[in-house]
Design a protein around this ligand. Structure first.
Ligand code: HXC
Ligand code: NAP
Length: 293
């Protein structure tokens, strides 16, 4: 078995209906594929209906599952309510909301217009709020138990990061919402968790975060102690576990899946990785020599 093998048992998600925002591309598509393979019904939503329909068709053919494409710009609450209604009309119920839709691009903050800043906050934070509020109210009204919300954040939700400040601020808000509602809405039978991925190459992210030759200049694998980027199936395995009944006692948690990337940047002396092995005898001798002086 290798690290890209599929983790959960057959039919682990049978009988569940899962909504994946931003499910037409990238990581949302990878998670959707695995949820379908595990027997869930999945609705994917985003702004681009044609892209969603193509993805739904491709994944249905590949997995034999049921995938519904629903157009919805998460920035608009009325569109989110309409999306929820369409999902309920088609599948009769909804069990899991996966807030995965996002917008992002690199820029020095002083170059951003107020609207550019708002655009990212609106997709990431307000979009997640819109979906969470609409789905949460539905679950409360219908007294449905055992529902789950899974939010995709990033590790800079807690470290912060220059050059993606609107995204960092918005993801931090999403993480705060995850932890807050994990407590407040537990009484309604809802669970809230988050995943913080490190670098997982996707077209959407790489075109906006590593345009042109930045891909070659900044090899993301080199920032990771394990010396590689993530494989989509590794993330899909974690997401499937967190939306399944196997994780019923995990609530309010954020699980990092980044090969140790953010800790490498954080640890004061991790830069000593660059010291050649043969220098350590010399360094140790220098330190010991100071002992008795
Ligand atoms: C400065 C920019 C800009 C740029 C857009 N704007 N791109 N400003 N530098 N590169 C400004 C525009 O001029 C405009 O402001 C405002 O932002 C809105 O731009 P629009 O193009 O009108 O917005 P819209 O069509 O809604 O598109 C949203 C978008 C776009 C975020 C700008 O990139 C998008 O659709 N993204 C969705 C997918 C995505 O981003 N995926 C990556 C997620 S990766 P003005 O003032 O001119 O009106 C991710 C990974 C994190 O989150 C961690 C990785 C390790
Ligand atoms: P992606 O393919 O660009 O995914 C973003 C999705 O969001 C797209 O499908 C997009 O679809 C959708 N979207 C954007 N604006 C929307 C809106 N207003 N309403 C509804 N949907 C909208 O990039 P990705 O890399 O897979 O990112 C997926 C998630 O992982 C994001 O939350 C991102 O922050 C997170 N993440 C990614 C990485 C990474 O290395 N890739 C690392 C950390 C976190 P439309 O354009 O059709 O609307």
């Amino acid at each position: 078995m290798n690290h890209t093998a599929k983790m959960l048992r057959d039919n682990a998600l049978k009988g569940k209906t899962i909504v994946v925002t931003g499910g037409g591309s990238g990581l949302g598509k990878a998670m959707t594929r695995y949820f379908l393979e595990l027997g869930a019904n999945v609705a994917i939503s985003s702004r681009d209906l044609e892209k969603l329909e193509n993805t739904a068709k491709e994944l249905e053919q590949e997995t034999g599952g049921k995938c519904l494409a629903v157009q919805c710009d998460v920035r608009h609450y009325d569109e989110v309510e309409a999306m929820l209604k369409t999902v309920l009309d088609n599948f009769g119920q909804v069990d899991v909301l996966l807030n995965n839709a996002a917008g992002n691009f690199i820029s020095p903050t002083e170059r951003l217009s107020a609207n550019a800043f708002d655009t990212i906050i609106d997709i990431v934070l307000k979009g997640t709020k819109n979906c969470t509020l609409a789905f949460g109210k539905h679950w409360i009204d219908t007294k449905q138990k055992r529902s789950k919300v899974l939010n995709i954040v990033t590790t800079y939700a807690w470290t912060g990061s220059g050059y993606v400040v609107p995204s960092a601020a918005a993801k931090a808000g999403v993480l705060a919402m995850t932890r807050s509602l994990a407590v407040e809405w537990a009484k309604y039978g809802m669970q809230f968790n988050a995943i913080a991925p490190g670098p997982f190459p996707t077209k959407g992210a790489w075109d906006r975060l590593l345009p042109g030759n930045l891909k070659d200049k900044f090899d993301m694998a080199k920032k990771v102690p394990l010396n590689r980027v993530g494989e989509h199936q590794e993330l899909a395995n974690l997401a499937a576990y967190l939306v399944s009944d196997f994780s019923s006692y995990i609530n309010g948690e954020v699980i990092t899946i980044d090969g140790g990337e953010w800790l490498k940047g954080a640890g004061e002396f991790n830069i000593l990785e660059d010291i050649p092995q043969e220098m350590w005898d010399q360094l140790e001798a220098m330190i010991r020599a100071k002992k008795d002086k």
